[in-house]
Design a binder for this molecule. Structure first.
Ligand code: FES
Length: 173
């Protein structure tokens, strides 16, 4: 009789151990699955690299006066998994002498839904290939559906070098 009781006790003990380990394991997995995004959300801003930095895009003499050129710019956020999304582009124009700034840099993104606009030197318009928005040479909307002018990056000239201030382009709506 005592032999049977011991065996039953061992079975119950092993079942309790198993259930405890199972609950502990499931609880641990649930903590990681649900906790990791929260930790990432809280700590993300601290680990994020700034994106609004001045970037050298070339020499002043690379542009003729009045010329608008397509320039690839990299965000400073160099996370390896970002791949090609680390790159964006700008249409950069060397202004006529006497203008407020020596250069003007437009974001390539259409303010409708973000397609990259194309510059047409003749007739000096930006055209969006997606839904047909048209922008004047100064970035103002000439024809919708785009609701706002093209976003402009800040520019400056230091010595003979042209700099553009990369920053997040505001949402279109
Ligand atoms: S994204 Fe440019 S017109 Fe729609």
């Amino acid at each position: 009789m005592s032999h049977i009781d011991l065996s039953l006790g061992r079975k119950m003990m092993s079942r309790e151990v198993f259930m405890g380990a199972f609950i502990f394991g499931v609880g641990g997995i649930a903590t990681v699955v649900f906790g990791a995004p929260i930790v990432a959300y809280v700590l993300g801003p601290l680990l994020k690299q700034p994106t609004d930095v001045w970037r050298d895009i070339g020499a002043v003499s690379d542009w003729k006066v009045g010329e608008t050129r397509h320039v690839i710019i990299e965000y400073p956020d160099q996370r390896s998994w970002a791949g090609p999304t680390r790159e964006t582009a700008s249409w950069v124009r060397r202004n006529e002498p006497g203008s407020v700034t020596q250069f003007t840099a437009f974001a390539v993104y259409c303010t409708h839904l973000g397609c990259p606009v194309q510059w047409l030197p003749i007739p000096t318009l930006f055209i969006c290939p997606c839904h047909g928005s048209v922008f004047y040479g100064d970035g103002r909307v000439a024809g919708g559906p785009a609701p706002k002018p093209l976003f402009r990056y800040l520019t400056k000239v230091v010595g003979n070098r042209v700099f553009i201030k990369t920053e997040a382009v505001p949402l279109t709506t």
